[in-house]
Ligand binder design. Structure first.
Ligand SMILES: [Zn+2]
Ligand SMILES: [Zn+2]
Length: 284
């Protein structure tokens, strides 16, 4: 049903603003569409807010990504720019579980087009703890994939200005040094997972999933106008129960919509029945 979109992106170069190695997660998916990803070397994305506290991020995740992309457009004169933003917190459906929402945005000035790839994943080590000695720190570290995943240490979760923040801790020696320094002023220490992409291979994998989702949007041209970004915008519930045939909450179709011409198409999922375990009557 999708029209090909090669003429939009094939052979182009997209500039990605990152100091944290995100190109390794994003470039492969775009390479399959003939797009080369180049890192904006002079660009300091940290001025748009950091996870490690020095600069608060303004606006929503989407606004932050768009602001970053626009700054790169202005600074480099490029016509194709990528920006990536992560957001961590409770999962909207499972509030007790931490989640990672990753957004990868593509801004195409030549075609006046913004496309997005997004993933909400329960796969994250996002976590924090208050510890009072190295033993407790190492126990926390062991739970969050240390030392492959980095840690951040500070005296308290809301550190006072001009107090030290130790970022990118990836060895027991570095952790020990950070704790020894912080303990001279504070009996307890706040530890948290370093969520910067180059310090967090789990996050890097979720960014790659968001990039794959973006590449899908780029490749799916609208059946009516041919414009890229013909993606599912909502799911239609009501897949019938395998036993009694009553409609369930399971998705029976996905509705696709074109951002440009607003053409819509509803496409049935490949399954024809839902498991009885999802049925309100058979499995109340
Ligand atoms: Zn269209
Ligand atoms: Zn049923």
């Amino acid at each position: 049903m999708f029209r090909p979109t090669d003429r939009y992106f094939q052979g182009r170069t997209a500039i990605l603003a990152t100091k944290h190695g995100k190109q390794q997660a994003i470039a492969p998916a775009l390479a399959r569409l003939g797009v080369t990803v180049v890192v904006a070397s002079e660009f300091d994305s940290d001025c748009f807010g950091t996870f490690s506290r020095e600069i608060p991020r303004c606006g929503t995740q989407e606004e932050a990504a768009l602001a970053k992309a626009k700054a790169v457009l202005a600074q480099t004169g490029a016509d194709l720019v990528l920006a990536s933003e992560g957001s961590f917190g409770s999962h909207p459906q499972f509030p007790l579980l931490p989640s990672d929402r990753e957004l990868v945005l593509l801004v195409d000035r030549r075609h006046d087009l913004v496309l997005r790839g997004e993933v909400l994943s329960l796969e994250t080590n996002f976590n924090h703890a208050t510890v009072s000695n190295l033993e407790e720190a190492l126990a926390f570290a062991a739970r969050v994939g240390f030392p492959e995943h980095g840690l951040i240490a500070m005296a308290q979760a809301d550190p006072l200005p001009n107090t030290p923040i130790f970022k990118g801790i990836q060895s027991e020696e570095a952790l020990q040094r950070a704790i020894a320094t912080l303990q001279t002023n504070s009996p307890t220490i706040h530890l948290e997972t370093d969520m910067r992409a180059h310090m967090n291979p789990t996050r890097m994998r979720v960014i790659a999933q968001a990039a794959a989702h973006l590449a899908e949007a780029m490749a799916q041209g609208c059946p009516q106008c041919g414009w890229p970004g013909f993606v599912a915008c909502e799911s239609v519930p009501g897949l019938p129960c395998e036993l009694c045939g009553a409609p369930t909450a399971a998705t029976k179709a996905n509705r696709y919509r074109c951002q440009r011409c607003l053409y819509e198409q509803t496409v049935a999922v490949s399954e024809t029945v839902a498991a009885a375990s999802q049925c309100f009557f058979c499995n109340p």
